[in-house]
Ligand binder design. Structure first.
Ligand SMILES: Nc1ncnc2c1ncn2[C@@H]1O[C@H](COP(=O)(O)OP(=O)(O)OP(=O)(O)O)[C@@H](O)[C@H]1O
Length: 246
């Protein structure tokens, strides 16, 4: 579904992404992990066409995305910080986007209802708390029933009830055959939803493996323990070899 080949992105002389090759398929929930500055957002933005890589290609459903725009309608993107027209109400923003996306055949309003957005839809974007803004971003990412979700720190700022609701929705969409890419530094939030882990470090791909395999290799159940085991100096060496084992 998404095929990334030898992707390299350089900012001046600094390599933010260094020869990254990855292949993601339907029904996977990929957690993109790595320390601050390791290239996660640059990778996401490259897939979204917001960053133009210097080398390499990205294909979505077999088509190279370079200089293309239409493919983006297949992606529901939840940015780390959602930016909206601040003087518009939530209701107006949703209505405006529905008008722009008239082509959409099926609106998915499950999160709008789950988060009880109708009760606050008269509020202007500028007046929203961080968590409510995050809920609006989540609602918009799911609203147009896309095939691919790119969720950048989706649970940041959400209360536990909202966070669980969003995680349940992610699990449901994966079961529906959607592809979901998530970044988060809160590994406990990823425990129940992740099928595969991509770990980046200094722009390089350190590993891409299924969670099941990593559980076996490390003997750990929780993602934070798995990652800690892998990153320890005496990590099992076989964990650090990149394999396309999706
Ligand atoms: N527009 C830019 N100009 C220059 N350098 C950039 C730019 N965007 C990103 N970088 C650099 O590229 C590197 C990777 O950044 P990126 O935002 O992809 O990291 P990240 O893994 O998402 O980090 P975090 O976990 O902090 O969100 C960082 O060193 C960052 O400073």
């Amino acid at each position: 579904m998404i095929e990334i080949t030898q992707l390299t992105k350089t900012f001046r002389k600094f390599k933010a992404l260094d020869d990254i090759s990855l292949h993601f398929e339907r029904g996977q929930t990929i957690s993109l992990l790595g320390p601050n500055g390791s290239g996660k957002t640059t990778l996401i933005k490259s897939i979204l066409g917001l960053v133009i890589p210097g080398k390499g290609t990205i294909k979505i459903n077999g088509a190279v995305i370079k200089d293309q725009w239409d493919y983006r309608s297949q992606i529901g993107y939840m940015p780390q910080i959602g930016r909206y027209p601040e003087n518009m109400t939530i209701g107006q923003v949703i209505k405006m986007l529905k008008e722009i996306r008239k082509d959409c055949k099926r609106y998915d309003e499950e999160l709008i209802e789950g988060f009880n957005i109708p009760a606050v839809q008269h509020k202007t974007m500028r007046s929203l708390s961080g968590g409510t803004r995050q809920k609006v971003s989540a609602c918009l990412a799911f609203l147009f029933s896309p095939e691919i979700f790119i969720l950048d720190e989706p649970t940041a700022g959400l209360d536990p009830v909202a966070s669980e609701l969003l995680k349940d929705k992610i699990i449901k969409e994966r079961a529906n055959g959607k592809l979901i890419l998530i970044t988060s530094h809160v590994l406990s939030d990823l425990d129940d939803i992740t099928s595969h882990i991509v770990y980046l470090q200094e722009g390089k791909l350190l590993l891409y493996k299924t969670v099941e395999e990593l559980k076996k290799v490390t003997g750990q159940e929780k993602l934070n323990k798995i990652i800690a085991a892998i990153m320890q100096k005496n990590h099992p060496k076989e964990c650090l070899h990149y394999e396309n084992n999706y």
